[in-house]
Design a protein. Structure first.
Lengths: 113, 115
């Protein structure tokens, strides 16, 4: 089954404790992206990747890192989480090209205390 | 820079009634336009998209949307709403350039369906 898998589904952590949210897709997609969803703000892009070893900042990259060492994986790293990073995070992937359909993971609800 | 406005934060309709969700965009050229739906606890699913050609596009689950260049709008419609349509709906615009896959999302409209 074609899917984007995020883990964990829920995560509660404390300020400053490094964490990684994993994202994996099984569709051989070149493009992958991370979004955060906050009430009243919709989805905002954090980082994206057009292919292996090619990443770029989205609209809200501060406090986040990503890597794309393999085509299928695109982890989101929070080196020193802060409470303002409490949010619902989505990973998405697609074929490369304008207007390609984005496939979304089920989301990771992160709470930073 | 592109932007998307969804003026209605929350809409309530009765089951069987018609639905229209509004979306206005700002972009210099003809944009790539999308509607996505998010059911509770789920990721987003594509309903429909517009690139060019016929300005009325059909999507899944009986939804359609009409692109109106003169009004910079891409409103989503459904003639008869079902209880299972209760969800949050997001309009999105793509730039069609480098990073063309990148989408800019509106803030969403939450749809409640009452029996």
């Amino acid at each position: 089954e074609a899917q984007v898998t995020q883990n964990p589904r829920y995560l509660i952590t404390v300020t400053g404790k490094k964490l990684t949210v994993t994202c994996s897709q099984n569709m051989n997609h070149e493009y992958m992206s991370w979004y955060r969803q906050d009430p009243g703000l919709g989805l905002r892009q954090i980082y994206y990747s057009m292919n292996v070893e090619v990443t770029d900042k989205g609209d809200v990259p501060e406090g986040y890192k990503v890597s794309r060492k393999e085509k299928r994986n695109f982890p989101l790293i929070l080196e020193s989480p802060s409470p303002n990073q409490t949010s619902l995070y989505f990973c998405a992937s697609s074929l490369l090209g304008s207007g390609e359909k984005l496939f979304f993971g089920s989301g990771t609800q992160l709470s930073v205390l | 820079a592109q932007s998307v406005t969804q003026p209605d934060i929350h809409i309530t309709v009765s089951e069987g009634a018609s639905l229209e969700l509004r979306c206005n965009y700002s972009y210099g050229a003809t944009p790539y336009l999308f509607w996505y739906v998010q059911s509770p606890g789920q990721g987003l699913q594509l309903l429909l998209k517009y690139f060019s050609g016929d300005t009325l596009v059909q999507g899944i689950k009986g939804f359609e949307a009409e692109f109106k260049r003169s009004q910079s709008s891409f409103n989503l419609r459904k003639p008869s709403v079902h209880w299972s349509d209760a969800a949050e709906y997001f309009c999105a615009v793509g730039a069609g350039q480098t990073g063309a896959n990148n989408l800019f999302f509106g803030t969403g409209t939450r749809l409640t369906v009452i029996p």
